[in-house]
Design a protein around this ligand. Structure first.
Ligand code: BGC
Length: 476
């Protein structure tokens, strides 16, 4: 990926910019089987010994299923004007298809009303990894029928909530579903199979297309897809490193967006998957290539990539950068990558409206001390630099219309359990007490000033640096 050289100096976030935070159902809700819900694959995955750090699970998580009024009040206190959450498919349809669980649906109805009553726009993701276990029993994402099941489930939600929800996303990070769930096995359903991953990819995309089609029949607002993008920069100019970088880029950044926008997969996927890459029916691409209203970009880090014959199946590996800051999930902090990514999506795919649907960092936080601020300077710095990167992308022409910090709360970080904290608000998992970190205060200030605080903050930091650099002045 090429580097975009721009620095926006003035505030250029439009008045209607969405300033939000994001979560997902299994990571925050808890009460997974309450009110008639069915189990999801994460219920099963977390109950299989050895798969999740410390044997953690989402049975309680942040208890948001019950505490959502408090969490909405908290968002309001921070001044946020949008909330991205996901719906647990197996709450709405315990078997994943067939009968609807009215009580499960009612929960999201109440959540949407509560958000709107506080002036917070709901942004709903239909699928954030918690597939109903009953559908996994039928093959999950490997079963081609799943496109229809997903569209049926989506239609229930469109009918119930589209009068109030203006922003819908079909899938969250389909790349992670296939790479983690079907190729490397680190995430539910935990398969490790080169032949399955492309099939899961294709059915995820067919499901996305079917849901968009269903939305055009029932919905009146905007629908898109959320992808995780990680710009790849070649470690050297060597032909091997450049080819490895192109493979990694095709696999992670183009695998889903090329079919959605162009109706075809990148050629390089055939090279990567070899005999495991099937021939797809041409008709499928008409379904996949439904016009969408926006792209949601989840951005955390970049990768500097080199050729590595041992690395399966890409033969490409990341190179650790000296002098860089790394987060607790061992991701390099690289804000320029967010600008480059947003500009790349914008230029390659015809300047669609964009939302940064996730961005944030896990760092160790100090213990909470009653009555004292919870200082998380590395997260504040991460947010400040990435928000500026968004502004730079806008200045370079990317139509970015909103930003959602990941995450509102410390939460269940999948196979890493509760060991990594991404929240701008600290959660004490014994008491469920919420304590806003300095990053929440910083973000609230950015939101309150529609971005102006990004510069004020910089000026203050420069002044502070100056005052510590020069010797104290003696007053006459
Ligand atoms: C996911 C989140 C996850 C976050 C941090 C994203 O890949 O959508 O569910 O918690 O990254 O790892």
């Amino acid at each position: 990926m090429t580097m975009t050289a721009t620095t926006a100096r003035t505030t250029d976030f439009p008045a209607q910019f969405l300033w939000g935070s994001a979560t997902s159902a299994y990571q925050v809700e808890g009460s997974p089987l309450a009110d008639g819900a069915g189990p999801s694959i994460w219920q099963r995955f977390t109950r299989t010994p050895g798969l999740v750090r410390d044997g953690d699970n989402g049975d309680v998580a942040c208890d948001q299923y019950r505490r959502y009024p408090d969490d909405v009040a908290l968002m309001k206190a921070l001044g946020l004007n949008a909330y991205r959450f996901s719906v647990a498919w197996s709450r709405v349809m315990p078997q994943g298809r067939g009968s609807v669980n009215a009580q499960g649906l009612a929960h999201y109805d109440r959540l949407v009303d509560t958000l709107l009553a506080h002036g917070i726009a709901p942004a709903v993701t239909l699928f954030h990894w918690d597939l109903p276990a009953a559908l996994d029993d039928r093959g999950g994402w490997l079963n081609p029928d799943i496109a229809g099941w997903f569209a049926d489930y989506a239609t229930i939600l469109f009918r119930k909530l589209d009068d109030r929800v203006r922003l819908w996303a079909t899938l969250n990070e389909p790349w992670v579903v296939t790479d983690g769930g079907y190729l490397h096995g680190a995430l539910a359903p935990g398969h490790r199979n080169r032949f399955e991953a492309p099939i899961a990819t294709h059915n995820l995309l067919r499901a996305h297309g079917s849901a968009v089609q269903a939305y055009r029949a029932t919905g009146r607002h905007a629908i898109g897809i959320v992808v995780n993008l990680e710009p790849k920069y070649a470690a050297s100019e060597s032909a091997e490193d450049r080819a490895a970088t192109a493979r990694a880029h095709a696999y992670m950044n183009r695998q889903y967006l090329d079919p959605v926008f162009f109706g075809r997969y990148p050629r390089l996927l055939e090279e990567i998957f070899g005999e495991a890459w099937p021939r797809w029916p041409a008709d499928d691409f008409a379904l996949i290539r439904q016009p969408i209203d926006f792209v949601g970009v989840n951005y955390y880090t970049r990768s500097v990539t080199r050729f590595d014959p041992q690395s399966w199946p890409l033969q490409a590996a990341p190179v650790r950068q000296p002098r860089a800051t790394y987060t607790e999930t061992t991701w390099e902090v690289f804000p320029q990558g967010l600008t480059d990514t947003l500009v790349w999506v914008s230029r390659r795919y015809g300047n669609p409206p964009l939302y940064v649907t996730e961005n944030g960092a896990a760092f160790f936080d100090p213990p909470v001390v009653e009555g004292e601020r919870l200082a998380d300077p590395l997260r504040v710095d991460y947010l400040r630099k990435h928000l500026k990167a968004v502004r730079n992308a806008r200045a370079a022409g990317a139509d970015v219309r909103g930003y959602f910090a990941w995450s509102l709360l410390d939460n269940f970080e999948w196979s890493l359990g509760y060991s990594k904290r991404f929240g701008i608000v600290h959660v004490d998992f014994d008491t469920q007490k919420r304590t806003p970190k300095d990053s929440a205060r910083f973000y609230a200030n950015v939101v309150a000033t529609n971005g102006r605080a990004l510069d004020e903050d910089e000026a203050r930091a420069a002044a502070a640096a100056e005052s510590t650099a020069s010797p104290p002045q003696r007053l006459p």
